[in-house]
Design a protein around this ligand. Structure first.
Ligand code: NAP
Ligand code: GLV
Ligand code: GLV
Length: 324
Protein backbone atom coordinates (compact mmCIF):
# COMPACT_ATOMS: atom_id res chain seq x y z
CA UNK A 1 0.00 0.00 0.00
CA UNK A 2 1.25 3.39 -0.95
CA UNK A 3 -0.26 5.26 1.95
CA UNK A 4 -2.57 5.38 4.97
CA UNK A 5 -5.68 7.53 4.73
CA UNK A 6 -8.15 8.56 7.43
CA UNK A 7 -11.66 9.64 6.41
CA UNK A 8 -13.59 11.20 9.31
CA UNK A 9 -17.05 10.27 7.99
CA UNK A 10 -18.68 7.94 5.49
CA UNK A 11 -19.10 9.92 2.25
CA UNK A 12 -21.72 9.49 -0.50
CA UNK A 13 -20.85 7.65 -3.73
CA UNK A 14 -18.08 5.17 -4.56
CA UNK A 15 -15.03 7.42 -4.60
CA UNK A 16 -13.71 6.37 -1.20
CA UNK A 17 -14.26 2.66 -1.94
CA UNK A 18 -12.27 3.10 -5.14
CA UNK A 19 -9.51 4.84 -3.21
CA UNK A 20 -9.51 1.87 -0.80
CA UNK A 21 -8.59 -0.44 -3.67
CA UNK A 22 -5.23 1.31 -3.91
CA UNK A 23 -4.57 2.62 -0.42
CA UNK A 24 -5.03 1.67 3.17
CA UNK A 25 -8.20 3.59 4.01
CA UNK A 26 -9.76 3.87 7.45
CA UNK A 27 -13.24 5.39 7.57
CA UNK A 28 -14.79 6.61 10.81
CA UNK A 29 -18.25 5.15 10.32
CA UNK A 30 -19.80 5.42 13.76
CA UNK A 31 -23.10 7.16 14.37
CA UNK A 32 -21.51 10.05 16.26
CA UNK A 33 -18.85 12.28 14.74
CA UNK A 34 -15.21 11.56 15.49
CA UNK A 35 -14.04 13.03 18.80
CA UNK A 36 -10.92 15.10 19.04
CA UNK A 37 -9.32 12.34 21.07
CA UNK A 38 -10.04 9.68 18.44
CA UNK A 39 -8.99 11.99 15.63
CA UNK A 40 -5.61 12.64 17.25
CA UNK A 41 -5.17 8.94 17.96
CA UNK A 42 -6.16 7.68 14.51
CA UNK A 43 -4.22 10.27 12.56
CA UNK A 44 -0.86 9.27 14.08
CA UNK A 45 0.19 6.87 11.32
CA UNK A 46 -1.73 8.51 8.45
CA UNK A 47 -0.31 10.09 5.30
CA UNK A 48 -3.59 11.73 4.31
CA UNK A 49 -6.65 13.08 6.05
CA UNK A 50 -10.09 13.54 4.47
CA UNK A 51 -12.12 15.64 6.89
CA UNK A 52 -15.34 17.61 7.28
CA UNK A 53 -15.85 21.30 7.99
CA UNK A 54 -17.03 20.24 11.44
CA UNK A 55 -13.58 18.78 12.24
CA UNK A 56 -11.27 21.35 13.77
CA UNK A 57 -7.84 20.70 12.32
CA UNK A 58 -5.63 22.90 14.46
CA UNK A 59 -1.98 22.85 15.40
CA UNK A 60 -2.44 20.13 18.02
CA UNK A 61 -4.16 17.77 15.57
CA UNK A 62 -1.56 18.47 12.88
CA UNK A 63 1.23 17.84 15.38
CA UNK A 64 -0.19 14.39 16.15
CA UNK A 65 0.36 13.33 12.52
CA UNK A 66 4.09 13.33 11.74
CA UNK A 67 3.62 11.66 8.32
CA UNK A 68 0.74 13.80 7.10
CA UNK A 69 1.12 15.05 3.50
CA UNK A 70 -2.37 16.30 2.76
CA UNK A 71 -5.52 17.55 4.49
CA UNK A 72 -8.37 17.24 1.99
CA UNK A 73 -11.40 19.16 3.29
CA UNK A 74 -14.80 17.87 2.17
CA UNK A 75 -16.00 21.48 1.73
CA UNK A 76 -15.02 24.60 -0.17
CA UNK A 77 -14.65 26.68 3.02
CA UNK A 78 -11.57 25.78 5.05
CA UNK A 79 -11.83 28.03 8.10
CA UNK A 80 -11.81 24.83 10.22
CA UNK A 81 -8.15 24.22 9.30
CA UNK A 82 -5.07 26.05 10.54
CA UNK A 83 -3.80 26.49 6.98
CA UNK A 84 -0.87 28.65 8.01
CA UNK A 85 0.46 25.94 10.31
CA UNK A 86 -0.13 23.21 7.74
CA UNK A 87 1.85 25.29 5.24
CA UNK A 88 4.70 25.68 7.69
CA UNK A 89 4.73 21.90 8.08
CA UNK A 90 4.72 21.41 4.29
CA UNK A 91 1.26 19.78 4.29
CA UNK A 92 -1.07 20.34 1.35
CA UNK A 93 -4.55 21.66 2.13
CA UNK A 94 -7.24 21.15 -0.52
CA UNK A 95 -10.93 22.00 -0.81
CA UNK A 96 -13.89 21.27 -3.13
CA UNK A 97 -14.67 24.41 -5.17
CA UNK A 98 -17.04 24.71 -8.18
CA UNK A 99 -18.92 21.41 -7.82
CA UNK A 100 -21.04 22.86 -5.00
CA UNK A 101 -21.52 26.33 -6.44
CA UNK A 102 -24.92 25.70 -8.07
CA UNK A 103 -26.31 23.74 -5.14
CA UNK A 104 -25.34 26.44 -2.63
CA UNK A 105 -26.52 29.35 -4.78
CA UNK A 106 -29.81 27.50 -5.21
CA UNK A 107 -30.19 27.12 -1.48
CA UNK A 108 -29.63 30.85 -0.98
CA UNK A 109 -32.57 31.47 -3.36
CA UNK A 110 -34.65 28.84 -1.60
CA UNK A 111 -34.08 30.61 1.73
CA UNK A 112 -34.73 34.00 0.19
CA UNK A 113 -38.09 32.90 -1.21
CA UNK A 114 -38.98 30.97 1.92
CA UNK A 115 -38.54 34.05 4.12
CA UNK A 116 -39.96 36.56 1.63
CA UNK A 117 -43.13 34.53 1.02
CA UNK A 118 -43.35 33.14 4.58
CA UNK A 119 -43.37 29.48 3.52
CA UNK A 120 -42.46 28.04 6.90
CA UNK A 121 -45.22 29.89 8.77
CA UNK A 122 -47.80 29.18 6.08
CA UNK A 123 -46.96 25.47 5.96
CA UNK A 124 -47.22 25.22 9.76
CA UNK A 125 -50.55 27.06 9.71
CA UNK A 126 -51.98 24.58 7.21
CA UNK A 127 -50.66 21.53 9.05
CA UNK A 128 -52.20 22.82 12.27
CA UNK A 129 -55.59 22.70 10.53
CA UNK A 130 -56.03 26.46 10.47
CA UNK A 131 -56.64 26.85 6.73
CA UNK A 132 -60.32 27.75 6.42
CA UNK A 133 -60.25 29.09 2.88
CA UNK A 134 -58.65 31.75 0.71
CA UNK A 135 -58.22 35.10 2.45
CA UNK A 136 -57.22 38.47 0.99
CA UNK A 137 -54.71 39.05 3.77
CA UNK A 138 -53.48 35.58 4.54
CA UNK A 139 -49.67 35.53 4.81
CA UNK A 140 -48.89 38.63 2.85
CA UNK A 141 -45.18 38.75 2.16
CA UNK A 142 -42.52 40.59 0.27
CA UNK A 143 -42.50 40.31 -3.53
CA UNK A 144 -39.13 39.19 -4.86
CA UNK A 145 -39.60 40.32 -8.47
CA UNK A 146 -38.22 43.79 -9.00
CA UNK A 147 -36.58 43.94 -5.57
CA UNK A 148 -33.14 45.29 -4.72
CA UNK A 149 -30.65 42.64 -3.65
CA UNK A 150 -27.15 43.11 -2.27
CA UNK A 151 -24.52 40.40 -2.63
CA UNK A 152 -21.53 40.40 -0.31
CA UNK A 153 -18.65 38.36 -1.76
CA UNK A 154 -18.78 38.20 -5.55
CA UNK A 155 -16.94 34.89 -5.94
CA UNK A 156 -18.10 31.60 -7.41
CA UNK A 157 -21.29 31.25 -5.32
CA UNK A 158 -22.14 34.97 -5.16
CA UNK A 159 -21.94 35.24 -8.94
CA UNK A 160 -23.93 32.07 -9.49
CA UNK A 161 -26.59 33.45 -7.14
CA UNK A 162 -26.81 36.57 -9.31
CA UNK A 163 -26.93 34.59 -12.52
CA UNK A 164 -29.80 32.46 -11.27
CA UNK A 165 -31.79 35.62 -10.49
CA UNK A 166 -32.14 36.53 -14.14
CA UNK A 167 -35.87 36.65 -14.80
CA UNK A 168 -36.75 38.32 -11.51
CA UNK A 169 -35.79 41.82 -12.67
CA UNK A 170 -33.52 42.29 -9.69
CA UNK A 171 -31.76 45.60 -9.06
CA UNK A 172 -28.35 44.37 -8.00
CA UNK A 173 -25.67 45.85 -5.82
CA UNK A 174 -22.61 44.05 -4.57
CA UNK A 175 -19.59 44.36 -2.34
CA UNK A 176 -16.39 42.34 -2.64
CA UNK A 177 -12.68 42.80 -1.97
CA UNK A 178 -12.18 43.94 -5.52
CA UNK A 179 -14.53 45.53 -8.05
CA UNK A 180 -15.88 43.31 -10.81
CA UNK A 181 -16.34 45.17 -14.06
CA UNK A 182 -18.04 42.25 -15.76
CA UNK A 183 -20.79 42.17 -13.09
CA UNK A 184 -21.30 45.90 -13.43
CA UNK A 185 -21.80 45.46 -17.17
CA UNK A 186 -23.79 42.21 -17.23
CA UNK A 187 -26.08 42.89 -14.26
CA UNK A 188 -25.88 46.65 -14.10
CA UNK A 189 -24.70 45.92 -10.54
CA UNK A 190 -23.57 48.82 -8.36
CA UNK A 191 -20.52 48.47 -6.14
CA UNK A 192 -21.50 49.79 -2.69
CA UNK A 193 -20.11 49.50 0.82
CA UNK A 194 -21.86 47.10 3.19
CA UNK A 195 -23.51 49.84 5.30
CA UNK A 196 -25.08 51.47 2.26
CA UNK A 197 -26.31 48.05 1.22
CA UNK A 198 -28.27 47.64 4.45
CA UNK A 199 -29.80 51.08 3.96
CA UNK A 200 -30.98 50.45 0.42
CA UNK A 201 -31.67 46.77 -0.13
CA UNK A 202 -34.64 44.48 0.39
CA UNK A 203 -32.39 41.43 0.68
CA UNK A 204 -28.70 40.96 1.46
CA UNK A 205 -27.07 37.60 0.70
CA UNK A 206 -23.66 36.66 2.12
CA UNK A 207 -21.08 34.74 0.09
CA UNK A 208 -17.68 35.56 1.62
CA UNK A 209 -15.41 32.97 3.26
CA UNK A 210 -14.83 33.23 7.01
CA UNK A 211 -11.43 34.81 7.61
CA UNK A 212 -9.93 37.21 10.17
CA UNK A 213 -11.16 40.03 7.92
CA UNK A 214 -14.74 38.80 7.49
CA UNK A 215 -15.34 37.78 11.13
CA UNK A 216 -18.39 39.84 12.24
CA UNK A 217 -18.28 41.77 8.98
CA UNK A 218 -22.03 42.32 9.48
CA UNK A 219 -22.70 43.90 12.86
CA UNK A 220 -24.87 46.30 14.87
CA UNK A 221 -24.13 49.28 12.64
CA UNK A 222 -25.59 47.41 9.68
CA UNK A 223 -28.78 46.49 11.49
CA UNK A 224 -29.15 50.06 12.78
CA UNK A 225 -29.27 51.22 9.19
CA UNK A 226 -31.66 48.59 7.89
CA UNK A 227 -34.91 50.23 9.02
CA UNK A 228 -37.11 47.16 9.10
CA UNK A 229 -36.64 46.45 5.44
CA UNK A 230 -33.78 44.01 4.97
CA UNK A 231 -34.09 40.24 4.89
CA UNK A 232 -30.65 38.72 5.54
CA UNK A 233 -29.66 35.46 3.84
CA UNK A 234 -26.60 33.64 5.16
CA UNK A 235 -25.27 30.53 3.43
CA UNK A 236 -21.63 31.56 4.03
CA UNK A 237 -20.50 31.09 7.63
CA UNK A 238 -22.30 32.01 10.85
CA UNK A 239 -19.45 34.07 12.27
CA UNK A 240 -19.48 36.46 9.29
CA UNK A 241 -22.44 37.97 11.19
CA UNK A 242 -22.53 39.12 14.81
CA UNK A 243 -25.28 36.64 15.66
CA UNK A 244 -26.24 38.20 18.98
CA UNK A 245 -26.78 41.61 17.36
CA UNK A 246 -28.67 40.00 14.48
CA UNK A 247 -31.07 38.34 16.92
CA UNK A 248 -31.68 41.67 18.70
CA UNK A 249 -32.42 43.31 15.34
CA UNK A 250 -34.84 40.52 14.39
CA UNK A 251 -36.69 40.93 17.70
CA UNK A 252 -37.01 44.71 17.57
CA UNK A 253 -37.84 44.78 13.87
CA UNK A 254 -34.76 46.54 12.48
CA UNK A 255 -34.31 43.38 10.38
CA UNK A 256 -37.40 42.14 8.58
CA UNK A 257 -36.31 38.52 8.54
CA UNK A 258 -33.47 36.09 8.01
CA UNK A 259 -32.80 32.87 6.15
CA UNK A 260 -29.92 31.04 7.80
CA UNK A 261 -28.08 27.89 6.79
CA UNK A 262 -25.13 28.60 9.09
CA UNK A 263 -24.62 29.66 12.72
CA UNK A 264 -21.81 31.08 14.79
CA UNK A 265 -21.29 28.08 17.05
CA UNK A 266 -22.62 25.18 15.00
CA UNK A 267 -24.34 22.91 15.77
CA UNK A 268 -25.55 25.20 18.59
CA UNK A 269 -28.47 27.40 17.52
CA UNK A 270 -29.56 30.02 20.06
CA UNK A 271 -33.06 29.22 21.43
CA UNK A 272 -34.01 32.88 20.98
CA UNK A 273 -33.58 32.38 17.23
CA UNK A 274 -35.85 29.33 17.28
CA UNK A 275 -38.65 31.38 18.82
CA UNK A 276 -38.79 33.87 15.96
CA UNK A 277 -41.40 33.45 13.23
CA UNK A 278 -39.66 35.62 10.62
CA UNK A 279 -36.66 33.32 10.23
CA UNK A 280 -36.02 30.09 8.36
CA UNK A 281 -33.31 27.94 9.92
CA UNK A 282 -31.52 25.12 8.12
CA UNK A 283 -28.90 22.64 9.38
CA UNK A 284 -26.04 23.67 7.04
CA UNK A 285 -27.31 21.95 3.89
CA UNK A 286 -26.02 24.37 1.23
CA UNK A 287 -24.23 21.72 -0.82
CA UNK A 288 -26.57 18.88 0.13
CA UNK A 289 -27.67 17.41 -3.20
CA UNK A 290 -26.85 13.84 -4.21
CA UNK A 291 -25.00 15.02 -7.27
CA UNK A 292 -22.88 17.61 -5.49
CA UNK A 293 -21.96 15.50 -2.48
CA UNK A 294 -20.83 12.66 -4.76
CA UNK A 295 -18.72 15.03 -6.81
CA UNK A 296 -17.19 16.43 -3.64
CA UNK A 297 -16.21 12.89 -2.62
CA UNK A 298 -14.60 12.33 -6.02
CA UNK A 299 -12.68 15.55 -5.58
CA UNK A 300 -11.24 14.77 -2.13
CA UNK A 301 -10.27 11.31 -3.39
CA UNK A 302 -8.53 12.78 -6.43
CA UNK A 303 -6.64 15.33 -4.35
CA UNK A 304 -5.42 12.66 -1.94
CA UNK A 305 -4.47 10.29 -4.76
CA UNK A 306 -2.43 12.98 -6.51
CA UNK A 307 -0.66 14.08 -3.34
CA UNK A 308 0.24 10.51 -2.35
CA UNK A 309 1.63 9.90 -5.83
CA UNK A 310 3.92 12.87 -5.32
CA UNK A 311 2.03 15.27 -7.58
CA UNK A 312 0.46 18.62 -6.83
CA UNK A 313 -3.20 18.11 -5.88
CA UNK A 314 -5.57 19.96 -8.24
CA UNK A 315 -7.49 21.93 -5.59
CA UNK A 316 -4.58 23.19 -3.57
CA UNK A 317 -5.43 26.01 -1.15
CA UNK A 318 -1.96 26.78 0.24
CA UNK A 319 -0.26 27.53 -3.07
CA UNK A 320 2.65 29.07 -1.14
CA UNK A 321 3.90 25.51 -0.77
CA UNK A 322 4.77 25.46 -4.47
CA UNK A 323 7.22 28.30 -3.95
CA UNK A 324 9.17 26.41 -1.30
P1 NAP B 1 -14.93 32.18 -3.56
O1 NAP B 1 -15.15 31.87 -4.99
O2 NAP B 1 -13.57 32.23 -3.02
O3 NAP B 1 -15.70 33.56 -3.27
C1 NAP B 1 -15.54 34.29 -2.12
C2 NAP B 1 -15.56 35.75 -2.47
O4 NAP B 1 -15.48 36.48 -1.24
C3 NAP B 1 -14.38 36.16 -3.33
O5 NAP B 1 -14.86 36.61 -4.56
C4 NAP B 1 -13.71 37.28 -2.54
O6 NAP B 1 -13.65 38.50 -3.21
C5 NAP B 1 -14.70 37.61 -1.47
N1 NAP B 1 -13.98 38.01 -0.24
C6 NAP B 1 -13.02 37.33 0.42
N2 NAP B 1 -12.61 38.03 1.49
C7 NAP B 1 -13.30 39.19 1.46
C8 NAP B 1 -13.29 40.33 2.28
N3 NAP B 1 -12.48 40.41 3.33
N4 NAP B 1 -14.14 41.33 1.97
C9 NAP B 1 -14.94 41.25 0.89
N5 NAP B 1 -14.99 40.20 0.08
C10 NAP B 1 -14.17 39.17 0.35
O7 NAP B 1 -15.71 31.14 -2.63
P2 NAP B 1 -17.08 30.38 -2.95
O8 NAP B 1 -16.80 29.08 -3.58
O9 NAP B 1 -18.02 31.32 -3.59
O10 NAP B 1 -17.56 30.08 -1.43
C11 NAP B 1 -17.81 31.13 -0.54
C12 NAP B 1 -18.06 30.61 0.86
O11 NAP B 1 -19.35 30.03 0.93
C13 NAP B 1 -17.14 29.48 1.34
O12 NAP B 1 -15.92 29.99 1.81
C14 NAP B 1 -17.95 28.83 2.42
O13 NAP B 1 -17.66 29.40 3.68
C15 NAP B 1 -19.39 29.13 2.04
N6 NAP B 1 -20.13 27.93 1.64
C16 NAP B 1 -21.18 27.49 2.38
C17 NAP B 1 -21.91 26.41 1.98
C18 NAP B 1 -23.07 25.91 2.78
O14 NAP B 1 -23.29 24.72 2.86
N7 NAP B 1 -23.88 26.79 3.37
C19 NAP B 1 -21.56 25.70 0.82
C20 NAP B 1 -20.48 26.15 0.08
C21 NAP B 1 -19.77 27.27 0.50
P3 NAP B 1 -12.70 38.99 -4.39
O15 NAP B 1 -12.97 38.08 -5.53
O16 NAP B 1 -13.25 40.34 -4.60
O17 NAP B 1 -11.31 38.94 -3.89
C1 GLV C 1 -19.80 24.22 3.11
O1 GLV C 1 -20.18 24.98 3.95
C2 GLV C 1 -18.59 24.38 2.38
O2 GLV C 1 -17.80 25.29 2.71
O3 GLV C 1 -18.36 23.58 1.47
C1 GLV D 1 -55.34 33.06 -6.89
O1 GLV D 1 -55.29 31.85 -6.73
C2 GLV D 1 -55.92 33.71 -8.01
O2 GLV D 1 -56.50 33.02 -8.90
O3 GLV D 1 -55.82 34.92 -8.04
Amino acid sequence: MAGNILVTRKLPGNAIDELAERYNVEVWDREEKISRYELKRKIKDKDALICLLADKIDREVIDSAPNLKIIANYAVGYDNIDVEYATRKGIYVTNTPDVLTDATAELAWALLFAVARRLREADMFLREGKFKGWEPELFLGKEVTGSRIGVIGAGRIGRSFMKKGKGFDIKWCYYSRTRKNDLEVEFNARFVDTLTMFERCDFVSLHVPLTDETYHLIKKEHFDRSNGRVILINTARGAVVDEEEMIKALYDGRLRGAGLDVFEKEPYVPPSLMNLSNVVLLPHIGSATHRTREKMAEMVAKNVDMALKGHIPPNLVNKELLEK
